[in-house]
Design a protein around this ligand. Structure first.
Ligand code: UDP
Ligand code: MG
Length: 139
């Protein structure tokens, strides 16, 4: 089996509402192994750097404020086909379009405050994991 890794964040909206445990439980039940995990709060600058790819988008400033307003849980997850399977588990960016049984359908509030992040490629998973974790924090 070819295992690979993805990177996730349980976003401030979900942590504020007390959903972190339920989300982690669904992630585990869906076959992902937790390689790394911690709770942090991103600074505005951290969020600007993390989402630099979106800096020309109209929602960028709101996204940076949202993602830095409170604690988040960041984690690296391992599974066969991790990136694609995790995108399937979280569902569409807009919870109104997310399929039944997905994390965003169950836990997200809006297209902006959508509870969970998942990397969109193996390359970005690697970049995003390295943004938040040192190799000493990967197990
Ligand atoms: N986002 C937003 N408005 C939009 C699109 C995206 O506020 O119209 C936010 C949302 O939190 C999303 C993040 O920006 O998760 C990154 O957008 P992307 O298109 O990469 O969506 P994702 O990969 O998270 O599904
Ligand atoms: Mg994305």
């Amino acid at each position: 089996m070819l295992y690979n890794r993805t990177f996730t964040m349980i976003k401030p909206d979900a942590v504020e509402k007390g959903y972190a445990g339920a989300i982690l439980s669904k992630i585990n039940a869906s076959g992902f192994r937790i390689v790394s995990m911690k709770m942090i709060q991103m600074s505005q600058r951290d969020a600007e750097l993390f989402y630099a790819v979106h800096k020309e988008r109209p929602f960028f400033n709101d996204l940076v404020s949202f993602m830095s307003r409170g604690p988040i849980v960041v984690a690296i997850l391992e599974k066969e086909n991790a990136v694609d399977d995790f995108r399937t588990l979280i569902g569409a960016t807009n919870p109104e379009e997310a399929a039944e049984g997905t994390l965003r359908k169950q836990f997200a509030t809006s297209v902006g405050e959508n509870a969970v992040h998942g990397s969109d490629s193996n390359e970005n998973a690697q970049i995003e994991a390295a943004f938040h974790f040192s190799s000493r924090e990967m197990f």
